[in-house]
Ligand binder design. Structure first.
Ligand SMILES: Cc1cc2nc3c(=O)[nH]c(=O)nc-3n(C[C@H](O)[C@H](O)[C@H](O)COP(=O)(O)OP(=O)(O)OC[C@H]3O[C@@H](n4cnc5c(N)ncnc54)[C@H](O)[C@@H]3O)c2cc1C
Length: 414
């Protein structure tokens, strides 16, 4: 007789788990609370779905413990295996910026439709508008309670996601269920998100984008840095490099006092000239001010900085009070160069679950074995964002979802 497998949650990892289990010969049912599975996939990669990255490795995940099993889990179904599987399912991929993998169509709905077609091809039954409320271990198999009645299965895979973008269906039910099952949890927090850190004059730079570097400092010590396009907003800073460093601020701020200022001093330092040293930049600005001596500060700086930055630093450092750019004291020019390479944004909070790309924290990895099977409940598996693993931006979170889904699904079918 075929083994019956029930997948609670039809997101990226749940659909992959269902496909893997069905391909391996199981009789599979997905229980999804939305009216269709995979809603979040449509939002990924700015609508293009950055499904994995060729530059894969444990470094791509925020891992503090060298003994973490993340690497051993990922190598069982890595980025090459994922790309190969998508090819088998009828989808080609394309690579951008040397390593970021997207569907060839560069459209997230392609990924979702290919997964949905595979569910159909392998005979997976998908019960939508069905909310899982509880899971109980029975003498043989599991009973899965839902708002549409109970289901029974030999094996169950919990793929209910975290809390980010709750409108997509992942609103923390998975965490509640894991708690009910007595699994050990790490406190959750929004990860890959924007930083709330307005500075005086923020209004002047709101809407600006600049290529630069962001460093996160905790009590003055640099903990992480990333570069790319930074977006300046009315509340603080956003953009991929900000997301990459946000996790460290959020882990400290969120659970302590829900976004209010923490006791530890957290600061984002923005370098608007990462390709130039501070001294070199000082000489460049000084040269420019001398060259246009006799003109205003604003006129002299045109071409070197965006006019909004000219206004921002002009007000901040009192540069408009000099009628002649050539008369600005060296000390003030040094101050300007210094601010341009390490403009400090004291972090007050982070944007929450309605904004962040993934949820940090969740079910402790020590609760599962290398096949994602709960040690306390043989036959029950956990996948994706529900687990306490966060990847950086760049396709690493979907790879984690797909890898864990594939491994759990394959194993559950055995
Ligand atoms: C805006 C945005 C952009 C992103 N872009 C990328 C990207 O380009 N690359 C990348 O790698 N990652 C990206 N991510 C992250 C990635 O989408 C997630 O890490 C991934 O979807 C997690 O998969 P999952 O299966 O664990 O959870 P989810 O995809 O969240 O799926 C969970 C599913 O469970 C269902 N569910 C929840 N509770 C219940 C219940 N009680 N009963 C039944 N069903 C339930 C939900 O409705 C949902 O369908 C992005 C995320 C966001 C929000």
């Amino acid at each position: 007789m075929k083994r019956s497998v029930c997948v609670a949650g039809g997101g990226a990892s749940g659909m992959m788990a269902a496909i893997a289990a069905a391909r391996a010969g199981a009789d599979v049912t997905i229980l999804e609370k939305n009216d269709r599975p995979g809603k979040k996939i449509l939002m990924t990669g700015n609508g293009k779905c950055n499904l994995t990255n060729l530059d894969m490795g444990i470094f791509a995940y925020y891992i503090e413990d060298g003994a973490s099993p993340v690497g051993r889990i990922l190598e069982q179904f890595d980025e090459k295996a994922l790309i190969e599987l998508f090819k088998e399912l009828g989808m080609d991929v394309t690579v951008a910026r040397d390593s970021y993998v997207y569907p060839k169509t560069q459209t997230a709905s392609t990924v979702l439709n290919v997964l949905r077609r595979a569910l159909k091809e392998f005979g997976v039954s998908c019960k939508t508008d069905t909310k899982v409320t509880n899971i109980k271990k029975e003498s043989s198999g599991f009973s899965i309670e839902t708002d549409k009645g109970a289901f029974f299965a030999d094996r169950v895979i919990i793929s209910m996601g975290g809390k980010s973008f709750p409108k997509t269906g992942s609103d923390g039910d998975g965490f509640l269920l894991a708690k009910k099952l007595g699994l050990s949890m790490q406190p959750d927090y929004p990860a890959l998100t924007a930083l709330i850190c307005p500075v005086e004059g923020q209004r002047m730079i709101s809407g600006l984008r600049a290529d630069g570097e962001v460093s996160l400092l905790i009590d003055g010590k640099k903990v992480f840095r990333d570069s790319g396009q930074i977006q300046f907003t009315d509340y603080g800073i956003s953009g991929i490099p900000v997301f990459q460093v946000s996790r460290f601020a959020s882990a400290l701020l969120w659970n302590r006092n829900k976004g209010k200022k923490a006791r530890r001093r957290i600061e984002a330092a923005v370098n608007l000239f990462p390709d130039m040293g501070e001294d070199e930049l000082f000489l460049k600005i000084e040269g420019q001010l001398k060259r246009f001596s006799g003109m205003t500060y604003e006129e002299a700086m045109t071409g070197l900085l965006h006019k909004k930055w000219i206004e921002f630093f002009g007000k901040r450092l009192g540069l408009f009070s000099y009628p002649d750019a050539g008369s600005i004291p060296q000390k003030t020019v040094k101050e300007l160069a210094s601010e341009l390479v390490k403009l400090s944004f004291p972090v007050e909070g982070v944007k929450g679950y309605d904004f962040c790309q993934v949820t940090g924290g969740g079910v402790d990895l020590s609760c599962v074995d290398e096949h994602l099977q709960a040690k306390a409940y043989p036959g029950l598996f956990l996948t994706g964002e529900l687990l306490d693993v966060t990847g950086k931006c760049g396709g690493y979170n979907l790879q984690w979802a797909f890898s864990t889904g594939y491994i759990a699904g394959t194993c559950a079918a055995e």
